[in-house]
Design a protein around this ligand. Structure first.
Ligand code: HEC
Length: 222
């Protein structure tokens, strides 16, 4: 046994403790690792912003301030006007979503301005996420919306204005899963034993899954 494996084994043996009895009288087992996160630590991770704007932080940012920030933090990859450098994503432009090569942009694709804030806040700038303060994220969000002709140059993004922005593709997403499902009630007792279960039909040939092609595909009838 390597010394690191031995330490790990000792740690496991030593740390499985019996905790205080729960209300039902059973002992609670837990590992003696870690500490309870503080409210501040949890707040650092709980940054999700929902489509209706829930979770948007205090602060605000204008289109013009966003333009300056965009040049510094974003333009190297996304282009000065969101046109995209090289193969980095294009953020603005009039590309339609239809056709053989749809090129989604923020304007043509994103359903909510609020989740645009969320995405930038958690993931951009790509090499160093989380460096921007809420005011700055609001500002670049406003700038990108303006590049897409969705808001005026005088727009100021904040927790009140962003949820009201109507994105062109708001209704372009299908939320209901159109694929067939079973609607049986789950059996909780006296259920069939696994060896009594007979498969009477499969999805094959019903056009539910896309036909795969190529030499290795033997699963679909030709
Ligand atoms: C080093 C290059 C780089 C920089 C700098 C950068 N991004 Fe990005 N950005 C990317 C890449 C790569 C993706 C695609 C990531 C993915 O799909 O996982 C992306 C995706 C995005 C998207 C989503 C595009 C879409 O329609 O799906 C937005 C919005 C965005 N970036 C905004 C910003 C903003 C705002 C900044 C500046 C604060 C920024 N980015 C800085 C590389 C960069």
């Amino acid at each position: 046994m390597s010394s690191s494996a031995r330490i790990a084994a000792l740690a496991l043996a030593g740390c499985l403790l019996t905790g205080p009895a729960s209300a039902s009288g059973h002992g609670v087992l837990y590992y003696g690792y870690g500490t309870t996160p503080t409210a501040r630590q949890i707040a650092g991770w709980a940054i999700a912003v929902r489509p209706d704007g829930q979770g948007l932080p205090p602060g605000k940012g204008s289109v013009s301030h966003g333009g300056d920030l965009f040049q510094t933090f974003c333009a190297a990859c996304h282009g000065t006007f969101g046109e995209g450098e090289g193969r980095y994503p294009k953020l603005a432009g009039n590309d339609p979503l239809t056709g053989n090569q749809p090129r989604p942009t923020v304007g043509s694709y994103w359903p909510y301005a609020t989740t645009l804030f969320d995405y930038i806040n958690r993931a951009m700038p790509f090499p160093s996420p989380h460096v921007l303060k809420p005011d700055q994220v609001y500002a670049v969000t406003a700038y990108i919306l303006n590049l897409n002709n969705i808001v005026a140059a005088s727009f100021v993004a904040d927790a009140t204005t962003l949820p009201k922005v109507k994105m062109p593709n708001r209704h372009g997403f299908i939320w209901a899963d159109p694929r067939p499902d079973t609607h049986d009630t789950e059996c909780m007792n006296d259920c069939l034993k696994p060896d009594q279960v007979k498969i009477t039909s499969t999805a094959e040939g019903k056009g539910i899954t896309p036909r795969t092609t190529g030499p290795l595909d033997t699963s679909m009838p030709q």
